[in-house]
Design a protein around this ligand. Structure first.
Ligand code: NDP
Length: 485
């Protein structure tokens, strides 16, 4: 009997499921048990060609529809996603291993928010009129054309929607390649868009590893590439896109600072540190994994943090009581355990966790290190797992300089009751998505993205429109043309 997670076929192109078993088989493993729950096949060159040619053709008619018509389809898709939230969340849990307690509120719901928000904006994408005496210029906001979306494995439904919704709202078509680790959820997004009335071919999904992504990025028909992934992949994809002078959005990794001053409300700060390190078992790009705590409250903070971390419930992700799931793969678990060992070897003080959990699946205990120094590997490299590093600091000036001393610049947070200081510190931090007395909120209305090596461009909010459209300027002369000869 097939598992309920097994999709009808591997790819979704031109409004229907498409299979080509000549592609490399990709096993889909449920991280909570290690069992294989589905198989998809990587796209062959024929599948890549079908997806790109279909999307290129479908885009023309899609862009000619009115924004109101396009928006209506996206908003209908949002409604369908919300109606099916439970089933979509179960699938997201199979795909990623994240607990249902999370997926019920953070994945299809976030995808639906993006579809609703950009659906609402679609009709208001206009240009401007620029008077020049008798003459004038008018501008038009036009689609870029064919966009490629490439996703990471931590939020497969959300990433497909965060890229697909603004792309489609602006009149683009998309070929989306999910991570090979989590290939299932984006297929449902494609299915739902068709059900909501999207013309066949405007949103397509193909499976595969980096080489399929590479084939998509380098194809001359592609006008834009939006990647969510690691910095090394981002550098490769950005360079390949530059070769074809394509537009890019790069949502990459981070090693973000979370700064807690000694006047902060301890429980809120601990809550922020937990949300910024242990949600999705730490597999979140914007996580505040360098937690700088002012010396005066250090031990009190650590004691409360250890106590609350002890309340995490590890277990069957399908049980809604479970609040902490496994790593997405065995490989990712081993990478993270390697960092935990490095932390121990380099002299950080283990406060809690630090081991693989004694149960089936790829679980690692939520882990906190204290007395971490800036030069330690766990304070410099993105771990992408449940490993929090707590560092001490004394002054504001010192902590800002240390917080900025990294190649990354995705997020940053500050906890303090002194609002003047909060705004000053945030103003001095080199990061794109910041938080005051909070951490990791990502509403669709707010721009999201990084500076420095963490990326280029912004997702969500009205900012995303700028990255999925371009301005055409038209000069209109009312009188005669003067020429030198
Ligand atoms: P990877 O960079 O390994 O992969 C990202 C995607 O790129 C995958 O679909 C991958 O395919 C594909 N890919 C790999 N090589 C190429 C290539 N040469 N050309 C085109 N595509 C390629 O990231 P992970 O999936 O491991 O995700 C974790 C990373 O993503 C972390 O660094 C995290 O911080 C970042 N991330 C950033 C977010 C943001 O918004 N800033 C949000 C979420 C995660 P394959 O299927 O083979 O892996």
């Amino acid at each position: 009997m097939t598992h309920p997670a097994q999709p009808e076929a591997s790819h979704f192109i031109n409004g229907e499921y498409v299979e080509d078993t000549a592609g490399t088989p990709i096993p889909v493993i449920y991280a909570a048990t290690g069992a294989q729950i589905a198989t998809v096949y990587a796209a062959t060159p024929a599948i890549v060609e079908l997806a790109l040619s279909t999307a290129k053709e479908a885009q023309k008619a899609w862009a000619k529809m009115t924004g109101t018509e396009r928006g209506r389809i996206l908003r209908r898709a949002a409604d369908i996603m919300r109606e099916r939230n439970h089933d979509l969340s179960v699938l997201e849990t199979y795909d990623t291993g994240k607990p249902l307690q999370e997926t019920l509120v953070a994945d299809a719901t976030s995808g639906a928010d993006a579809l609703e928000y950009f659906g609402g904006l679609a009709a208001s994408l206009t240009g401007e009129h620029i008077p020049l005496g008798e003459d004038w210029v008018y501008t038009k906001r036009e689609a870029l054309g064919l966009c490629v979306g490439i996703g990471a494995w931590n939020y497969p439904t959300q990433i497909a929607c965060w890229k697909g919704a603004p792309a489609l709202a602006c009149g683009n078509s998309m070929v989306f390649k999910p991570s090979e680790t989590t290939p299932l959820c984006a297929l449902k997004v494609a299915e739902i868009l068709i059900e909501a009335g999207a013309p066949a071919g405007v949103f397509n999904v193909v499976q595969g590893m980096g080489e399929v992504g590479g084939a998509l990025v380098t194809d001359p028909r592609v006008d834009k590439v939006s990647l969510t992934g690691s910095v090394p992949t981002g550098k490769k994809v950005y360079a390949a896109a530059a070769e074809g002078m394509k537009h890019v959005t790069m949502e990459l990794g981070g090693k973000s600072p979370l700064i807690i001053f000694d006047d902060a409300d301890i429980d809120n700060a601990v809550g922020g540190a937990i949300n910024g390190n242990f949600y999705s078992s730490g597999q979140v790009c914007s996580n505040g994994t360098r937690v700088f705590v002012q010396k005066g409250i250090k031990e009190k903070f650590l004691a409360r943090l250890a106590e609350r971390t002890g309340n995490a419930i590890l277990g069957d992700p399908m049980d809604e009581a479970t609040s902490f799931g496994p790593m997405v793969t065995e490989n990712q678990m081993n990478i993270v355990l390697g960092y935990v060992e490095k932390g121990k070897e380099e002299g950080a003080r283990l406060i809690c966790g630090g081991n693989r959990a004694d149960m089936d699946g790829y679980f690692i205990e939520p882990t906190v290190f204290a007395d971490v120094t800036d030069d330690m590997t766990i304070a410099r490299e993105e771990i992408f797992g449940p490993v929090m590093s707590v560092l001490d600091f004394e002054t504001e000036e010192e902590v800002v300089a240390r917080a900025n001393d990294t190649e990354f610049g995705l997020s940053a947070g500050v906890f303090t009751k002194d609002f003047t200081r909060a705004h000053r510190v945030i103003g001095n931090l080199e990061a794109g998505s910041c938080f005051i007395n909070s951490y990791n909120d990502a509403p669709v209305e707010a721009p999201f993205g990084g500076v420095k090596a963490s990326g280029v461009g912004r997702e969500n909010s009205k900012e995303a429109i700028k990255h999925f459209s371009q301005v055409k300027s038209v000069y209109v002369r009312m009188g005669d043309v003067e020429a030198a000869f």
